[in-house]
Design a protein around this ligand. Structure first.
Ligand code: AMP
Ligand code: GLY
Length: 425
């Protein structure tokens, strides 16, 4: 079988490595892929993830048997709709269903209409009414751009002045462009965060192993928000009781809601949850695998990934059983110094020793330059270790991180610390 994976980060590398385990897979094309992914797939750097025409034409010309669209942008742009129209089976939601991530207003209104627990909120389309509302609000408060903003469209304001600045940033300076023309202002929630990715064919939902992201750039959860500096799985806060209540109050109601709205969701639905004193609430939905959650979740998957993805496409997910390893996984991201703000690229990456068999290096932002891998993004590599305990997984991931170097290499030193403090071994 010939497969195509749209995207070119650590998440896509993890998906590709897992798909490769199926002996029927003869070829995987990655559009655009990256320097490190080239060891596991045929990368086509000329075709970017937002080039929908390019992707569809390529898929047709190579007669690919199955496509996986991983990033949010092509999903929101209707890549899956177009591939389907060209007769190519694929994994991922259509553009209508992808609105669950591409429009925060759509997601919030969906949750309100169907009674799915989330932070109380108001929607604003002009800055004057937003500013007026803030005069009587309580702080901290959260302001979110409606549209896709590379995970940076969420601003937490500690006081009125910060909230006014946030309205200016989003709506007047339009730092995220049209994404900020409509904003959500919502209640600030507290509690541990859990990421739950789930396979769903629109009728059946199969949650994957839970995970914990580390979104802030600095140790001790300080500094700016990033795409994620590391992850661990499973998440110790996500007990079987909480999982059951999430299934009943969040996962199944969301599936039903999407069906009733005429946009059944097929693909990977990501629930960003906060376990508040008042129960689990949805912080955000994503219409795709998380990054770097995927780098700890998929290594623990025992069932063949392609079989699951095809069952999602064929709406036969209820017929297969999805099995998970009992092990733990930890992923440590190596980033370019300065990320998530300005950073330099083009730095040669040196790997000094081969990695042990329980450690995988996922390539997120690098490229080949005359036979040498050099950095090309903010998040460069993700080192994932799998072991019987989290402590061992963290030790092995950090040891591996030490053996890789590039100028300006930056990493957090406390990935998994909170999970250990919460009682994980
Ligand atoms: P998002 O991009 O929606 O996941 O938001 C980024 C981060 O902002 C989340 O992971 C949370 O840590 C934080 N956040 C978002 N919404 C809220 C909220 N209502 N209350 C507290 N923190 C929030
Ligand atoms: N790691 C968070 C995300 O993928 O959105």
């Amino acid at each position: 079988m010939k497969l195509l994976v749209v995207g070119g980060g650590g998440r896509e590398h993890a998906i590709i490595k897992k798909l490769r385990e199926n002996p029927d897979v003869s070829e995987i094309y990655a559009l655009p892929g990256n320097g490190g992914i080239a060891a596991d797939a045929v990368c086509i750097p000329e075709i970017g993830a937002k080039d929908i025409d390019g992707i569809v034409n390529f898929a047709k010309s190579k007669r690919v048997d199955f496509a996986v669209v991983a990033p949010d942008d092509p999903l929101a742009l209707g890549c899956v709709d177009r591939l389907h129209k060209a007769g190519i089976p694929c994994f991922g939601p259509d553009a209508k269903a992808a609105r669950i991530e591409s429009s925060k207003v759509f997601a919030k209104n969906l949750m309100r209409k169907y009674g799915i627990p989330t932070a109380a909120y108001r929607v604003f389309t002009n800055p004057e009414s937003a500013l007026q509302y803030l005069e009587t609000a309580t702080f901290p408060i959260v302001l979110k751009a409606d549209g896709l903003a590379l995970g940076k469209g969420v601003l937490i304001a500690q006081n009125l002045q910060e909230a006014r600045d946030a309205v200016r940033t989003l709506m007047q300076d339009r730092v995220f462009g049209a994404a900020g023309d409509e904003i959500v202002i919502e209640e600030f929630l507290t509690g541990p965060e859990v990421s739950v990715l789930a396979f769903t064919d629109g009728k059946t939902i199969v949650p994957m192993i839970s995970s914990m992201d580390h979104k802030r750039v600095g140790d001790g959860d300080t500094g700016l928000n990033t795409g994620g500096m590391g992850t661990v799985a499973p998440n110790p806060y996500y007990t079987p009781e909480i999982a059951q209540s999430c299934m009943d109050t969040i996962f199944l109601p969301t599936l039903d809601a999407m069906r009733k709205e005429g946009c059944p969701f097929k693909g990977c639905l990501y629930f960003g949850l906060m376990l508040t004193p008042g129960g689990a609430k949805v912080i955000e939905y994503n219409c795709r695998f998380g990054d770097p959650e995927t780098q700890v979740v998929l290594p623990l998957l025992k069932t063949d990934l392609l079989t699951i993805m095809r069952a999602v496409e064929n709406e036969t997910l209820s017929e297969i059983s999805v099995e998970w390893s009992e092990d733990c996984a930890a992923c440590v991201i190596l980033a370019s110094g300065g990320y998530p703000e300005r950073y330099e690229t083009g730095k040669p990456i040196t790997f000094t020793t081969p990695l042990p068999s329980n450690v995988t290096c996922y390539h997120a932002g690098d490229k080949d330059s005359h036979g040498q891998l050099v950095t090309s993004g903010g998040r460069v590599l993700g080192l994932t270790a799998v072991a019987p305990t989290l402590r061992e997984a963290l030790r092995d991931a950090y040891q591996a991180a030490d053996t890789i170097s590039f100028e300006g290499k930056y990493l957090r030193h406390d990935i998994g610390r909170r999970a250990l403090q919460a009682g994980m071994r």
